[in-house]
Design a protein around this ligand. Structure first.
Ligand code: FCB
Length: 467
């Protein structure tokens, strides 16, 4: 038995996003998700859409009281562009939306819960998607305006700000697959959107610096889903495939936002196949000048790569460079089809320490989605989610080990507080420390909630690897 310990200032909290928790109430604009659900409800699990979710719009006082009960000291959520902006063309303000966030954020402040704010969580306004989303430079300008409005309106409520959540997911799921709008499959367009997202990010960082000047307490960063990439074998081909996969999913985002550069391997390959996005000297200068000082790391599963099985003359999708590989006998979260591999948190930590100047970071998402959790309800009516407790403990064990070795990690946010809405999966898999009964909106603390309340209070827990 080992004691796993964290320092007193560690952030214990949870993560969510506006579109997945607030409900539709008084929103002047539809996001891609609102629109898609209206058009094709059958694409969403059990045809449950984003209109109600966990109704944080009305229930935030209840949820904040629950956070206090769990001894949590921080939370991350996002501001919805479609809620606070009225006319998307002119970026005029929707005062009702602003007032909602002010009420919510003030309640957090009054309860000493630190707010981390994110500005974009997969929720492109549909009107702007129609004109090309981030393929259109005008949308980059509008995003920068939206970011500036957020900094000005909500500056007093948060010190830690984030421009995007998991930008690679928007690119991959929307431009190389069919899980997000605009459901196109086009490598060149995907690369353009990836690059333009970095430009949009940097424009927001530049606005941030103008608004907050040299205020030392204010930090800006990005939230990345890092997937440490392991080759299927020691062969040269698999190792090469794995390096390319890492460059696309991790290094591109880390290098551009922390160092202001792009990975050479990627630039060389894209140049070779005429796939480089359009860019200007000003874009590159902006990226160089506006580096971040904090990173949020979402970690769920590692990535494993093998050499391509088919030979192609030129790339039409990523399988030109690598294919995903599933290790035989890997430990899996079968509900989500994700491998469970807690050791990778340690590798993420060392990568940030050794290759990114030991930048400040925190776990901004980690967690376990499980289907039909009602099976685990005990006689008293509470969900006994021991699998989630084990999952959290193992990840925290590797995190603490890395921190002991000098990693600059400041906190752990579970996805999520109260079971929330997960895009096409809707309420299929549940992630929270707290159960949500969707029709009645009743909230009930799960066993994992009781567990984290103790850990957050004492900063430690006993740990033993299960055989
Ligand atoms: C992450 C997303 C988050 C949530 C979890 C389960 O990739 O950031 O919105 O859906 O997955």
């Amino acid at each position: 038995m080992k004691k796993v310990k964290f320092n007193k200032k560690f952030y214990w909290g949870t993560a969510t996003s506006g579109p997945q928790s607030e409900g539709f109430y008084n929103k002047p604009n539809d996001s891609n998700w609102d629109h898609w659900f209206k058009e094709e409800p059958e694409r969403f699990f059990n045809q449950v859409g984003p209109e109600l979710t966990s109704n944080v719009y009305e229930k935030y006082p209840t949820d904040i009281a629950l956070m206090k009960k769990l001894n949590l000291n921080s939370i991350r959520t996002s501001i919805q562009w479609t809620r606070i902006i009225d006319d998307l063309e002119t970026s005029s303000i929707n005062q009702e939306g602003i007032n909602f966030y002010k009420r919510y954020f003030q309640e957090l402040k009054d309860n000493n819960i630190e707010l981390f704010i994110n500005l974009f969580h997969f929720d492109m306004p549909y009107e702007l998607q129609k004109i090309g989303g981030f393929e259109n430079k005008k949308v980059i300008d509008l995003y920068a305006k939206f970011a500036k409005i957020c900094f000005e309106q909500f500056g007093e409520y948060a010190d830690k700000w984030f421009t995007f959540n998991e930008p690679v997911v928007t690119v991959h799921a929307g431009y190389l697959a069919d899980y997000h709008l605009p459901q196109v499959n086009d490598l060149k367009r995907a690369i353009t959107v990836g690059f333009n997202t970095i430009v949009a990010h940097t424009r927001a960082v530049a606005e941030f610096k103008k608004v907050f000047k040299k205020d030392k307490n204010k930090q800006i960063g990005i939230i990345l889903n890092l997937t440490p990439t392991y080759p299927a074998s020691d062969s040269k081909e698999d190792i090469e495939a794995s390096k390319f996969c890492d460059a696309i999913f991790n290094k591109f985002w880390l290098d551009s936002t922390i160092k202001g550069t792009f990975p050479k391997l990627l630039v060389d390959e894209l140049t070779k196949y005429n796939l480089l996005p359009e860019y200007t000297k000003e874009d590159l200068a902006l990226i160089k000048e506006n580096k971040i000082t904090i990173v949020g790391v979402n970690y769920y599963a590692p990535s494993r790569a093998k050499a391509p099985s088919k030979k192609m003359d030129k790339p039409t999708d990523l399988s030109f460079w690598f294919e995903s590989y599933q290790m035989p006998n890997a430990r899996m979260n079968i509900y989500r089809g994700w491998e469970i591999f807690p050791d990778a948190i340690y590798d993420i930590a060392l990568n940030l320490k050794d290759n990114y100047g030991n930048i400040e970071w925190f776990i901004s998402e980690n967690g376990m989605g499980v289907e039909n959790e009602a099976r685990f309800r005990n006689e008293q009516g509470f969900i006994e989610d021991d699998y989630r407790i084990d999952f959290i403990k193992e990840h925290l064990y590797y995190l603490a080990k890395a921190i002991d070795e000098g990693a600059n990690c400041k906190g752990y946010h579970l996805w999520t507080l109260v079971d929330n809405w997960s895009w096409l999966n809707a309420y299929k898999n549940r992630y929270g420390y707290i159960e949500l009964d969707l029709p009645t909106q009743e909230r009930k603390i799960k066993k994992s909630g009781e567990f984290i309340a103790k850990v957050a209070k004492s900063g430690e827990f006993d740990f033993e690897f299960k055989k």
